[in-house]
Design a protein around this ligand. Structure first.
Ligand code: ZN
Ligand code: CU
Length: 484
């Protein structure tokens, strides 16, 4: 008897996510799994897609997001992800996670990136997981538990000091609980004001919970500028002391005086990788984005306002232009805009390319989904790598770029049966036109949908169809790290 599938995608150029050379063939899907890959000439299906000349790959995994709240907002919130071919997002990065913390007031930046007080209603990770289960999004969610969230839960507003023993104890217990309830790792954002007072020892003491759970340590490092190498050393130390893999978030060499230093940082990380598990994610733009910090502005680095509570009308404007209009200096203007968010042009394109091309990197957007005028990485990251850096610039081949968006990411984070095209794997799939795929979002028009992403499936269910948009289906699941 010939094989019968729910769906067969025929005659596609197959990229299996492992980095292996492309092949041409068919993929059969039944339920939430891939059941066959190859020549499925005799097989039949309820639905067939003829994909001649199109690329079929595992759905992209966004290794770095701040989608903690967006995944709870229903299917409409995540068009920015599905339209890029993303089927899984890693949330809870940079020390910022929506659970576990119940708050009565707007949290201290950068925690407020996820929303004002009404969103902070999950006293445990389990409650967050249940909310996600009740109203799932179109993408799978893989969650980290954030250090700042734990600090606010344990220390209230008194954050500008190292945590005391009792507070560390509470954080460690809460982290262990979160890991038991479905979180997969621990993230820090030691760069930020309320967290920079945490010592390496505090991080290790809280991170102890990772050891037994086999969790991952992920970090927005203390310093990505002058002291970037010392920060990498600190990260490596934490990983060694805890005996867990470490993952450096959005690796960069920040500020003009550090341009070119990725030669050094990559050598340092590369050498460490021969002795311990370490990797990093990156986004394909020479500008970053986070909350606006008036005391960290630099005259020579252009800043675009992404949102502002007291002055929402300034979103999208250059800070310099706002300051001129108000007849004041940058710092005063920034102080008036806060709480606010910003895009800062603080990287060198050559560093961006060197970091992207490095074998240890994976792709993560660091998109901030609730900003009024977001960084274009939110809507453009994955098609930009495929269109600009692969097709137009030839920095990577397509196999390698896809590997950094799928199989490699799944392996680093311990996502089982994801990120690969093979029988038995989950049917997270993206069909795209390799000759046309490109981002359209820009710093001026940041929410334009990418081109060339034709169809996307999460767990076998269609989530995005070009020309039609989101299907409204919500097949996403909470996925957790498999203990190696
Ligand atoms: Zn960060
Ligand atoms: Cu981030």
């Amino acid at each position: 008897m010939a094989l019968r599938c729910d769906l067969i995608i025929r005659d596609a150029t197959l990229f299996d996510g492992t980095g292996a050379p492309r092949t041409t063939g068919d993929v059969g899907v039944t339920g939430d799994r891939i059941v066959a890959v190859g020549d499925l000439g005799d097989a039949t299906a309820d639905r067939e897609v003829i994909a001649t000349g199109k690329a079929l790959a595992p759905g992209f995994i966004d290794a770095h997001t701040h989608d903690d709240r967006a995944v709870l907002c229903g299917p409409d919130c995540l068009a920015c992800k599905s339209s890029q071919g993303v089927t899984t997002v890693v949330v809870g990065n940079c020390g910022i996670s929506l659970a576990p913390a119940r708050l009565a007031r707007r949290p201290v930046p950068p925690l407020d990136l996820l929303g004002e007080e009404s969103w902070w209603r999950f006293g445990s990770f389990g409650e967050y997981a249940r909310a996600l289960e009740k109203a799932p999004p179109a993408v799978n969610t893989y969650a980290l538990c954030g250090h700042q969230t734990l600090r606010v839960d344990a220390m209230g507003d008194d954050l500008y000091r190292p945590a005391r023993d009792g507070e560390i104890e509470r954080m460690r217990r809460k982290l262990a609980e979160a890991l038991a309830e479905g979180a997969s790792g621990f993230s820090t954002g030691l760069y930020y004001k309320p967290n920079m007072h945490a010592t390496t020892e505090e991080v290790i003491a809280v991170g102890e919970a990772l050891r037994a759970a086999g969790g991952l340590y992920v970090t927005h490092m203390r310093d990505e500028a002058d002291r970037v190498c010392a920060s990498i050393e600190e990260t490596l130390t934490i990983g060694r002391r805890l005996g867990v893999p470490v993952h450096i978030s959005h690796h960069k060499c920040s500020m003009p005086e550090n341009y070119g230093r990725s030669v050094q940082t990559l050598a340092l990380i590369g050498a460490a990788a021969t002795m311990q598990e370490v990797a990093f994610d990156m986004y394909p733009y020479p500008a970053g984005s986070t909350v606006l910090m008036p005391d960290r502005l630099r005259e020579e680095c252009r800043v675009i306002v992404t949102w502002s509570v007291p002055h929402p009308e300034m979103a999208g404007k250059d800070l310099a232009e706002v300051a001129r209009g108000w007849n004041t200096d940058l710092r005063t203007a920034a102080e008036r805009l806060c709480p606010a968010g910003a895009i800062t042009f603080q990287m060198d394109e050559e560093d961006v390319r060197r970091i992207m091309a490095h074998p240890l990197s994976v792709i993560g957007s660091d998109g901030i989904p609730h900003d009024a005028h977001p960084h274009p990485r939110l809507w453009g990251t994955f098609p930009r790598v495929l269109g600009l850096y692969v097709r137009q610039l030839g920095l990577l081949d397509l196999e390698t770029a896809i590997h950094k968006m799928t199989g490699r990411t799944a392996a680093l984070f311990g996502m089982v049966d994801r990120g690969v095209l093979r029988p038995g794997a989950y049917a997270d799939l993206v069909l795209f036109d390799p000759h046309r795929v490109i981002d359209r979002a820009t710093f001026e028009q940041p929410t334009l949908t990418a081109e060339g992403i034709e169809q996307v499936w999460t767990n076998g269910v269609p989530t995005w169809v070009a020309g039609r948009g989101l299907t409204g289906e919500r097949p996403g699941r909470l996925i957790r790290r498999h203990r190696p």
